[in-house]
Ligand binder design. Structure first.
Ligand code: BDR
Ligand code: CA
Length: 303
């Protein structure tokens, strides 16, 4: 099993990633921390609790950063709905967020673990940047960070920048410069691993959870004629099935101002950073395997 912490901004695709992390028997989810992103942090915290309790789980949830480190906060409610998880009428969560900030909760959980933690951010990296600034000692206790965000090609916010990195580029820069091994799960693969309409119809028949995921994913308008990009779920698929991804090791820099603000730039020539690398960048994915895995996971959820 993998000891995992998710840092998230649910978010429809975050909810899908959380569903897998909460239910897969190979994942021992220690903590969920929420960050402002798709919607405000009050809402992302509530949504994380909603998904946690939807499955009858009580993984601790801690609320985190309300705004990016420096940039002004801009949400993505136009994509994920005003609540952040539009399309399904969720029961109110019964649990409350724990009485610790995300940074304190991350520090405590990482240091308390007997095994190194796999940290999985699917929102902006503000909580992680604050954690590394305040408690640099945690870095040695993190096996790797599997981060949704960035792109070697075009962005989805601007021509250059993907949403999670665009929202808080300064935090992304701190994370990429931290020395902790990073797997970049960016648009290069998440726009290829589309969930097909056929997959959606299949999961709709798998009881309450399958129906819920069908409803929210159908509501996400990040789709085209080939399917829907459930970006964040790729992090969990990578964790469990890295063989489904092609990766290249690069040094990834983050642009923090100007028209390319929030762009992730890979040093493809290996010249600028003396051949050193800080990330394994996912450049290709087996989309059929992703769909099959998605179906298998949901089929095995206990209703
Ligand atoms: C990322 O942006 C958010 O809207 C999604 O939840 C995902 O994490 C994709 O660019
Ligand atoms: Ca997200």
């Amino acid at each position: 099993t993998y000891k995992v912490i998710m840092d998230t901004d649910p978010g429809i695709d975050d909810a899908a990633a959380l569903s897998m992390a909460l239910n897969d028997p190979q994942i021992d989810l220690q903590l969920i921390t929420a960050v402002a992103g798709n919607v405000t942090v009050d809402k992302t915290t509530k949504n994380a609790l909603t998904i946690d309790n939807f499955y009858g789980k009580h993984v601790p949830v801690a609320g985190g950063a309300k705004t990016p480190l420096i940039k002004e906060f801009e949400d993505a409610a136009r994509i994920h709905g005003a609540s952040g998880m539009a399309g399904y009428d969720f029961p109110e969560p019964t649990d409350k967020a724990i009485d610790k900030s995300a940074v304190e909760a991350l520090h405590d959980a990482i240091m308390a673990s007997d095994e190194k933690i796999v940290l999985v951010p699917t929102g902006s990296y503000t909580n992680i940047a604050l954690l590394f600034i305040q408690y640099p000692e945690v870095k040695d206790h993190i096996e790797k960070i599997i981060a949704m965000g960035g792109s070697l090609g075009h962005g989805n916010m601007t021509s250059a920048a993907e949403f999670n990195v665009f929202t808080d580029p300064h935090a992304a820069k701190i994370m990429y410069d931290s020395g902790v091994p990073i797997v970049m799960v960016g648009l290069d693969v998440t726009m290829k691993a589309l969930i097909t309409d056929e997959t959606l119809e299949t999961i709709d028949k798998f009881g309450r959870a399958g129906h819920m995921l069908h409803e929210i994913i159908s509501h996400d308008f990040d789709h085209n004629e080939n399917g829907t990009a459930v970006h964040d779920a790729n992090t969990i698929f990578y964790l469990l099935h890295p063989e489904a991804y092609t990766t290249k090791d690069y040094w990834v820099d983050v642009v923090t101002d100007g028209p390319a603000n929030g762009e992730t730039v890979a040093d493809v020539r290996g010249a600028y950073h003396d051949g050193k690398t800080n990330a394994s960048v996912c450049v290709d994915v087996d989309a059929a395997a992703f769909n099959k895995w998605f179906i298998d996971e949901v089929k095995n959820f206990k209703d």
